[in-house]
Design a protein around this ligand. Sequence first.
Ligand SMILES: NC(=O)c1ccc[n+]([C@@H]2O[C@H](COP(=O)([O-])OP(=O)(O)OC[C@H]3O[C@@H](n4cnc5c(N)ncnc54)[C@H](OP(=O)(O)O)[C@@H]3O)[C@@H](O)[C@H]2O)c1
Length: 262
Amino acid sequence: MKPITLVTGASAGIGAELARVFAGHGHELVLVARREDKLSALADEFAAAGGQRPTVLSMDLARRDAIPALATELAARGLEPEIIVNNAGFGLVGRAARLNRDEQLAMIDLNVRALTELSLTFVDGLARHRGGILNVASVAAFSPGPGMAVYYASKAYVLSLSEALHQEYGRRGIRVTALCPGPVPTEFQQRAGLRDERSQIALLSLSAERVARIGYDGLMRGKRVVVAGFGNRVAVFLLRIIPNAVLLPLMYVGTRWAERHS
Ligand SMILES: NC(=O)c1ccc[n+]([C@@H]2O[C@H](COP(=O)([O-])OP(=O)(O)OC[C@H]3O[C@@H](n4cnc5c(N)ncnc54)[C@H](OP(=O)(O)O)[C@@H]3O)[C@@H](O)[C@H]2O)c1
């Protein structure tokens, strides 16, 4: 089986930049997301630059049958993940009881379930290739998030799972890194329902390209957790020391403000 780097959510934002960084370091790629045209355009870009054209797989990873179908597709092509980049994900802004329940559950299917299934399914191949998993969590993983409750909880799960697998899989020669970006201007904000740029904290914001490079370096160095950017490391430090009794009401007020401006 030929070893490949699988990147989920490669059709936009951080995932597209992660694909660029891995391609730039000579990795053979499989790109996964729903929008085939975007994935194909990226694959063409890499081929035009003289690299290997990535395999493009258009699929909805929130579907229950997605990962078995992906595994079958890869095996049929003689491909096996050496590195898995679990990047596909989305958030929703608003009070949980007001947001659409099915959409919130779909968020868990993508951010949590698909990521977990991908992290478990290919473990023997990852060990054989002494490869790795880069899970895209978030600064949101470090506290509860009133106003984005399910999203924050999903990222706390990603961080927790990644840290535990870092320990377990490390014994088999597999690196596992949780990448925790702060705000990154991508399609994420519009998908989440944030339409006002003022709701972005400019001080903490990094480009998707920068975040992707930080994530790649973190994985290659075998880091357990990588928080992208100095400002976000300070934010995580504060999130860890400020009591929830103080933090949560402040976040709730922030959310009401964001709701009014979205
Ligand atoms: N942007 C931020 O401020 C920020 C901060 C911290 C963490 N993150 C995390 O970073 C990751 C990437 O986000 P981003 O900012 O790059 O967002 P983005 O620009 O909206 O990109 C999301 C990617 O996920 C894919 N995706 C969404 N639903 C999918 C599904 N059901 N099946 C397969 N692919 C799906 C999208 O492709 P298709 O639409 O083509 O399927 C797209 O490629 C996410 O896990 C997000 O939680 C983002």
